[in-house]
Design a protein. Structure first.
Length: 459
């Protein structure tokens, strides 16, 4: 078997060398009749739009960062309990109103980590609590990301529920301790108008998407956080990647300050004449034929390698559980459950995991926790390591039975591992998206944590 594999690999090397030589000769002697100006134009257009986005966000980004560095505000948050509540609300509102009015922003806000008060230019808006308002999950998600600043497209409840780009920024003391989150909101229509001008002028489609390809900015509100764009979004270098399509082109560019990708696509190719040299086509067909011969010889080996790579990408190496990538592939976070098998969904998180990791072997705790999960819930349930110390469980048990199993799990973890966990469990609603089902359970978990952990909340 080894001898056969060696022969295949030697043959592959020879074929690759021949194909490379033919390809080089074809490009030198028989270049395709494609004007370089077309590709250069599209790359230049992408860079110009990227610069326009940078220009539109540069000012707001600086404002958001300067808000987080305000030493006076940091002092207010550190000594928040010592101030008169009404006086502090008035001070915060005055500061935020000045920022909002000066920059003509749709909103300016600050959330205190100590009290979870949500201050706005109008005063105290509310107390952030995902249990009472699912929209508030944004705060814990941003804190958990540990990013110093990020952009988030969301509905602005303070501005007629209009789509808004929020610039969220962490406020920390001199020792790096979290004091809260502040930022500003920019009406999304400003970016949409910018995109619309370029789309009409150059007959292109422009989108900002996240690493999953989920649309974050589009000229149509219907597509925002509801539509995916297919593209290779693996590279995070700020350079334009050009892809020639059958009818047009596509360019992509990573924008580091937003952690999003700029995608531009044109399906109307009438502006450029892409006629290829017939001799060049013949040479390329020969190269393709040789390539097919290689595939026939190494097909089985390639399949095995591909399967192993896919398996590694979908399975968490530490716990052996399926990860979030697998979950998204099978179910899709924004889709609907395609099975009636599972009746309940739980979100589990280790309490004070940073302290646990500092004093105990964090990896060993996670492995032991997974063993207890499987022993308690049984093989009919499906477990996922969602990230860090967070796990998601799909259960065949009805809600009441699932709740009892979760309570049993809490006790066993406390007794056997000497740590505590928080669990949120919810009944799977087939009429809701998977994302909504997950958020209900996550809110329950968050609620338990707010009360000190070591418990279960069902919804």
């Amino acid at each position: 078997m080894k001898t056969v594999l060696i022969k295949k690999h030697i043959f592959l090397v020879i074929i690759v060398l021949i194909m490379t030589l033919l390809s080089v000769l074809a490009n030198i002697l028989l270049p395709p009749q494609i004007p370089h100006s077309a590709k250069d134009f599209h790359i230049l257009l992408t860079e110009r739009i990227n610069d326009a986005i940078d220009a539109a966000l540069e000012g707001p980004m600086l404002v958001a960062k300067s808000m987080a560095k305000n030493s006076l505000i940091a002092d207010y948050l550190i000594h928040e309990d010592e101030y008169d509540e009404e006086q502090l609300i008035e001070l915060m509102a005055s500061w935020l109103k000045n920022i909002k009015d000066t920059g003509s922003y749709t909103s300016a806000f600050l959330v205190s980590e100590n009290s979870h008060r949500y201050y706005t230019a109008e005063g105290l808006n509310k107390i952030v609590n995902p249990q009472l308002d699912s929209h508030d999950i944004w705060y814990s998600n941003f804190i958990k990301s540990e990013l110093p600043i990020c952009l988030d497209v969301d509905i602005d409840q303070m501005n007629h529920n209009s789509w808004t780009v929020f610039l969220n920024t962490r406020i920390e003391d001199s020792n790096g301790k979290l004091l809260g989150v502040c930022g500003i909101g920019i009406i999304l229509s400003k970016l949409q108008k910018l995109f619309e001008q370029y789309e009409n002028l150059y007959n292109v489609k422009i989108n900002l998407v996240d690493y999953d390809g989920l649309v974050q900015v589009d000229t149509s509100n219907v597509n925002i956080e509801n539509t995916y764009r297919t593209a290779d979004l693996t590279q995070k270098e700020e350079k334009v990647v050009y892809t020639k399509l059958k009818n047009g082109f596509m360019t992509s560019c990573y924008i580091s300050q937003m952690d999003w990708y700029l995608l531009i696509r044109n399906t109307d190719n009438n502006h450029f004449d892409f006629k290829a040299n017939p001799k060049f086509i013949i040479v390329q067909l020969i190269i393709i034929f040789l390539g097919l011969l290689v595939i026939l010889y190494i097909f089985r080996d390639a399949i095995k390698v591909n399967q192993n790579n896919q398996k590694e990408n979908k399975i968490d190496s530490l716990t052996g559980l399926y990860n979030r990538n697998y979950f998204k592939e099978v179910y899709g976070e924004h889709g609907i459950f395609n099975t009636t098998r599972y009746k309940s969904l739980a979100v589990l998180d280790i309490d004070f995991f940073k302290e646990v990791n500092d004093h105990l072997d964090g990896d060993k705790i996670l492995v032991s926790l997974v063993a207890l999960l499987k022993n308690t819930f049984g093989n009919e349930c499906e477990f996922f390591r969602w990230g860090g110390d967070e796990f998601t469980i799909l259960m065949v048990n009805p809600l009441n039975d699932a709740y009892d199993l979760c309570r049993k799990m809490c006790k066993e973890v406390e007794e056997k591992l000497k740590i505590t966990i928080s669990i949120g469990v919810t009944e799977v609603q087939l009429a809701d998206t998977i994302k909504k089902n997950y958020y209900r359970a996550a809110q329950g978990c968050y609620f338990v944590k707010e009360l000190g952990g070591n418990g279960v909340k069902r919804s």
